[in-house]
Design a binder for this molecule. Structure first.
Ligand SMILES: C[S@@+](CC[C@H](N)C(=O)[O-])C[C@H]1O[C@@H](n2cnc3c(N)ncnc32)[C@H](O)[C@@H]1O
Length: 398
């Protein structure tokens, strides 16, 4: 099943992007909305979005909006805001609005300044910095939330909020994002909420159908038409894309065959008793059903991640979210095995994948279990690793 995206007439802009598009400040956008000059649409999360046609009409009709003057170097942001006056408004009213400000306006301004040299994302400097920390705390909706019910059916989803943070950092609005193991579509949901164009590949028709359902139910009717969901084997489907197609690739692969081991107490209680799936599928093409770890690793690296590297645009990033795990009594450091096999690997004559960082995604909510007590150290694995690779140009020795 393939749902092709892109309806160019229906492009949506955030407040910041609308401001940039019109060449005004975000405060002007809020004021224009308050006065009914601009109409915003609200996302399910309550954020404003403006349609391109709405902005274009506003641009045509509001010839009397003065463009901001060039501020002197030491002019503060608030003074700069006051230069943008709508001519037919009494000045006092506008200044009063600026002084008191709405909560959103204060938050928007306190988010810092966007640097026009920033080619990577839509973040201001102040928003950028915390995202570079080498750890994040995992965020989720909580299992009782109505929008967690589809996600719960899958045995190993990641949180759309965590993947949304990565997407916000590594892309701009409108960019193309790929997830080659899309499961129930957490990446696509984050793309939809953030105005990015998502493509997901999923082997199991059951999970890909739920991914579509999730977009329609949790984001909004018609959302799935703007993203692409391919039901198939990524080893084959990735070959159908041209080189340099995507701005960002983010995924969480199967962690070898760990879901096929005998259900422990926790799995029995949380999944078997609630009639929830404990593995992805019985399909032989499912990478989670490969018996041998080395064979699994080789397929994952050679057929999936290096192929993903080919699809990534030059200088763009790929994030892989994985956890280490135990197999019988052996601790398998899956994340370091992946790094060893993938780092500095050639994609073609000109590019290689280089590791840029390893972020720990802390799962502080997980209950501590007394695995080895009182005999041996057996770790409670309460974090995942986000491996961040970049497609970088090969330096040639002369
Ligand atoms: C860790 S899960 C991804 C979950 C996803 N991040 C989410 O939030 O729903 C890995 C997924 O890879 C899928 N998968 C396994 N082998 C595959 C293959 N050869 N091609 C495509 N998908 C595959 C599984 O069915 C499973 O849904």
């Amino acid at each position: 099943m393939v749902n092709k995206m892109v309806n160019p007439t229906n492009e949506f802009f955030t407040v910041k992007k609308a401001a940039k598009f019109l060449g005004v400040s975000t405060s002007t956008i809020y004021r224009a909305e308050e006065k009914g000059l601009l109409k915003a649409i609200k996302t399910p999360g309550g954020q404003r979005r403006f349609e391109r046609t709405e902005l274009e009409n506003y641009k045509k009709e509001s010839k009397n909006i003065k463009a901001p003057q060039t501020p002197s170097a030491n002019l503060k942001q608030t003074q700069f805001e006051q230069l943008e006056l709508i001519d037919d408004e009494p000045k006092e009213i506008i200044e009063q609005t600026i002084e008191s400000g709405s909560i959103e306006e204060v938050e928007e301004n306190s988010n810092g300044t966007y640097d026009p040299r920033n080619k990577l994302n839509n973040l201001t400097g102040k928003e950028w910095l915390p995202e570079t920390k080498s750890f994040w705390f995992q965020k989720g909706l909580g299992s009782k939330h109505p929008h967690a019910q589809i996600e719960k059916q899958h045995p190993a989803p990641f949180s759309f909020q965590d993947v949304g943070r990565l997407i916000s950092f590594f892309t701009k609005e409108g960019d193309k994002v790929l997830d080659p193991f899309v499961g129930v579509g957490s990446t696509l949901k984050a793309c939809a909420l953030l105005n990015r164009e998502g493509t997901g590949i999923e082997l199991s028709p059951k999970w890909s159908a739920l991914a579509k359902q999730r977009l329609e139910f949790e984001v909004g009717k018609g959302t799935s038409e703007h993203h692409t969901i391919i039901t198939g084997d990524s080893r084959i489907e990735l070959k159908n894309f041209d080189d340099n197609t995507f701005d960002f690739i983010v995924t969480s692969p199967p962690y070898w065959a760990i879901l096929n081991k005998k259900a422990d107490h926790k799995v029995k209680k949380e999944r078997v008793e609630n009639n929830l799936a404990t593995n992805y599928s019985e399909d032989d093409r499912d990478l989670g059903n490969i018996q041998n770890y080395d064979e699994f690793l080789e397929i994952l690296v050679e057929d999936i991640f290096l192929e993903c590297g080919r699809l990534l645009k030059p200088n763009k990033y790929m994030s892989i979210i994985v956890s280490d795990f135990r197999h019988k009594s052996e601790f398998i450091s899956f994340h370091s095995d992946l790094i060893q096999h993938l780092n500095k690997r050639r994609i073609d004559n000109d590019y290689i994948l280089t590791l840029q960082g390893v972020k720990a995604l802390i799962q502080n909510h997980k209950p501590l279990l007394p695995y080895g007590y009182p005999f041996a150290y057996v770790e409670n694995i309460h974090h995942q690793h986000i491996l961040i690779f970049r497609k970088t140009k090969l330096k040639r020795k002369n």
